[in-house]
Design a protein around this ligand. Structure first.
Ligand code: BG6
Length: 327
């Protein structure tokens, strides 16, 4: 017969031990950490106490991982991605700035995605409280950059992992020209969402809108479908969309909710089978596991006078069920 007080003492010991182990484990996972990533490139990891995490590389200020509390990856990175500057990295969230696609004289999607950013010394990521972690990254042009785009600017990107596991990116772009000149730019958060199978995916919130079809010289069409399914190559800029867009993954029973501010347009891109084979850093079958829905400012470029600042924010939430959607 076991002595009841001994039994209670054992239970108390086990419970206390579990609490101590939990605290130690939580402390082990510091909310903001700088580590070496693939090919020794610096990356910042944000973690919250529920177990969600975000990884952002200083090269391109590119978020390349966003995991939910179960450790499931929510962003797609190509199986053939190059982590070799100055090449861009295919996957995650490349930043298109100061030019979207080939809408200007720069290389496609501008140069922000293949520059080394710094951690903004004026912010204090390591003092972030445990309920909301963030890091601020900064890009200023070099003399070489100013030869191809003759403007001085400061681009601050705040990457925030919220307590519930949502990911938020806020861009602040300021014109710091001293010659009195304004500048124009186009912009996109070129987000590659991970999906189970592209045939099981639909995009809601873009119905009845006008779009420019990049496959047809940006001819303008009106969306006729109630929901967007992807069954062949799609490369469209939907114009002046609602704030909220949803990606429903029927196989995974997951809904990505995208909320965007200061970013009127939204690109939907999937290269499908034939085009994928022409993209060296994309695996032949990768198109089945990704869809890009990109919060953007494309149709009307943003103009900033010296001293002016623009802000564009996007919030992503991954809900573990299929939401009935109403924009
Ligand atoms: C999309 C464009 O945003 O990015 C497509 O609409 C383009 O036209 C795609 O092909 C990928 O661009 P890149 O430069 O990363 O190969």
């Amino acid at each position: 017969m076991v002595n009841p007080s001994f039994f209670i003492a054992c239970l108390l010991f086990i419970a206390l031990n579990a609490i101590v182990q939990g605290v130690v484990a939580a402390k082990d996972k510091v909310p903001v950490e700088i580590l070496k990533g693939i090919n020794d490139l610096d990356k910042v990891i944000l973690r919250n106490f529920r177990g969600s995490s975000v990884e952002v590389y200083l090269y391109g200020a590119q978020v390349l991982s966003w995991k939910n509390e179960h450790g499931e990856e929510l962003l797609f990175v190509s199986s053939e991605a190059n982590f070799e500057p100055p090449k861009p990295i295919r996957g995650g969230i490349p930043l298109c700035f100061p030019q979207f696609s080939n809408l200007g004289s720069l290389a496609a999607h501008g140069f922000a995605r293949n520059r080394f950013w710094s951690i903004d010394a004026s912010s204090h990521p390591f003092l972030a409280n445990s309920s909301r972690t963030h890091v601020d990254l900064l890009l200023k042009p070099t003399e070489e950059d100013m030869k191809i785009w003759p403007h001085s600017f400061e681009f601050r990107l705040r990457v925030t992992l919220r307590p519930a596991g949502d990911l938020m990116l806020t861009s602040h772009i300021r014109n710091t020209n001293t010659d009195g000149k304004p500048f124009n730019f186009t912009f996109a958060y070129h987000t590659y969402f991970a999906v189970s199978d592209i045939s099981q995916v639909r995009v809601d919130g873009l119905e009845t809108l006008d779009y420019l079809d990049n496959q047809q010289n940006r001819t303008r069409f009106t969306e006729k479908e109630d929901t967007i399914t992807i069954e062949s190559e799609v490369d469209r800029v939907y114009l002046t969309t609602p704030t909220k867009i949803a990606i429903l993954d029927h196989e995974k029973k997951r809904t990505f909710v995208i909320r965007k501010y200061g970013l009127p347009d939204a690109v939907v891109w999937n290269p499908w089978e034939k085009k994928s084979k022409t993209i060296a850093d994309l695996g032949d079958d990768d198109y089945k596991r990704m869809v890009c829905v990109e919060a953007a400012a494309i149709e009307n470029p943003i103009t900033l006078k010296p001293g002016e600042e623009w802000r564009g924010r996007v919030e992503f939430c991954a809900v573990p069920k299929l939401l009935q959607w109403a924009a």
